[in-house]
Ligand binder design. Structure first.
Ligand SMILES: [Zn+2]
Length: 318
């Protein structure tokens, strides 16, 4: 089931029907709004004979192979740690998995794309969280984007287009995803059989992942704490700020919750500004990225929680 993003779905359907699908697409939008879900469905839709492009039937053997990562013509790349965690790639000995997409991963993808498709003519590559490519990886991808080969589609996902190098961005057609309507989040949660779907959807600001992670307890105290942290990051300097950080999350779960709350508070403030026709300060946009990055680091590596929160706090200098 795919819910919402009707504008993007229609644009892709139209481009496909008129044989004008570009070779590279950049799906941008907030976390949990269905960028990767649509990327994998678009890939499946090339091979599925049920459904309608870009939404496949999701039930046939072909769809199941694509979703399970077993389709030879659908290639996926994500930051190393995620790819290993999800069985997309094998860990290399005792080396710690990286939090970025490395050049080797992109080179391997490029090699695979140069081979002919196995089952149909089309090959689809999905680069999840393309903003996590390091510079070498991004440069390696440029060549592939310049000469993608016929019948190749590359889909990149990122939180917003500025998060991706201009040289990459300019070679892609950008598809903008909006936060989901609360009712749509609810439908996805119901479909997944999640308890407290209504309350979770209401607390999620249009993000399915946030709804799934939402902690419904003790909201007002946490909102206050998040607001305090955000103020500290924006205004405090020096020791006072580090004290504020110190007093916040000591452990991983606590830090995740804090960042969730800060992200939600910040998103609400940005929405208010946008609705009022005011410019959103560049620092706030940088903060959105920094919080996303911090959440990833904390998810991967417990030991760095304090350090990450402190690095985030140092953003006040922006
Ligand atoms: Zn199917």
């Amino acid at each position: 089931m795919y819910v919402g993003q009707q504008r993007v779905v229609k644009a892709l359907a139209h481009a496909h029907a008129t044989s004008r699908l570009p070779h590279a697409l950049l799906f941008v939008g907030p976390q949990g709004c269905g960028r990767y879900s649509l990327a994998i469905r678009t890939a499946a839709a090339f091979f599925c004979t049920g459904g309608r492009f870009p939404l496949p039937c999701e039930a046939c053997a072909t769809c199941r192979r694509v979703f399970a990562g077993n389709h030879p013509d659908v290639l996926r790349v994500a930051r190393e740690a995620y790819a290993i965690e999800h069985g997309w790639m094998q860990p290399e000995g005792s080396k710690r998995a990286g939090l970025v997409i490395r050049v080797d991963q992109i080179r391997e993808l490029a090699r695979a794309l140069r081979l002919r498709g196995f089952e149909g003519a089309t090959r689809v590559a999905i680069i999840k969280d393309a903003h996590l490519m390091n510079d070498n990886a991004a440069n390696a991808l440029l060549k592939t984007l310049e000469e993608p080969g016929d019948d190749t589609l590359i889909i990149l996902t990122a939180p917003h287009e500025r998060a991706v190098l201009p040289t990459i961005r300019s070679r892609c057609s950008i598809m903008r995803f909006a936060p989901l309507a609360t009712g749509d989040v609810r439908r996805v949660l119901d479909h997944l059989g999640v308890e407290d779907a209504e309350a979770r959807a209401a607390a999620a600001d249009g993000s399915v992942s946030r709804a799934l992670e939402a902690d419904l307890s003790d909201r007002s105290a946490r909102q206050e704490r998040a607001g305090g942290f955000l103020d500290a990051v924006r205004h405090e300097r020096g020791a006072a700020l580090l004290d504020a950080v110190e007093a916040q999350g000591k452990d991983r779960d606590e830090a995740q919750r804090l960042l969730d709350d800060v992200q939600r508070t910040l998103a609400a403030q940005i929405r208010t500004k946008t609705a009022a026709g005011e410019a959103v300060p560049a620092r706030d946009l940088a903060l959105v990225d920094a919080i996303d990055a911090a959440r990833e680091v904390i998810r991967e590596n417990n030991a760095h929680v304090q350090l990450t929160l402190e690095e985030l706090a140092l953003l006040r200098a922006l």
